[in-house]
Design a binder for this molecule. Sequence first.
Ligand SMILES: [Fe+2]
Ligand SMILES: [Fe+2]
Length: 181
Amino acid sequence: MKKEYKLEFNDITKDIINNEYFLKTKDDLHHGSSKYDHLVRVSKCSFMLGKMFKADIKSVTRAALLHDFFFGGRKDKNENSYLNHPITAAKNAKEYFYLNEIEEEAIKTHMFHHVIMKKIFPFLNRHEKAKIKESKPKSKEGWIVCISDLLVSIMECQRFEFTYIAKLSCLVLINIIFLRN
Ligand SMILES: [Fe+2]
Ligand SMILES: [Fe+2]
């Protein structure tokens, strides 16, 4: 990241990054590293994509920084599940920071990539119901946060390459088996 971009990024995110409650994400695990690291990576990726696609930089960067602002594992509570945690994150973010409409919507729709995966592989996370229309991003900023989250998540999961490939292969196999019957 260029020096001027770094300064701009720090200026946009400083109140969130230095917030006492937000700093607790450092103790929360996500894709094998801290949730804090994941949030900062997605935020930086969204910032850069926002520059490329001339998005509302402040909104896209802050929404990305808060997109997974919830605590605990996805299986710990119903509100932390794959499809519920965007709502929980938006609720938490609103409690501690001011959110505009674009930011709130981008947080709530950031799991659209997972909804698409569920449509391709119906047995993925089969206990939750996903609706394309409701979970689809409604703004350029929403799409950027969703895509950045996907890109960063793939990159983070590559550290567990074998596990990831093994899980994906099992998933494809299970879907083939069940769809044939
Ligand atoms: Fe998420
Ligand atoms: Fe995420």
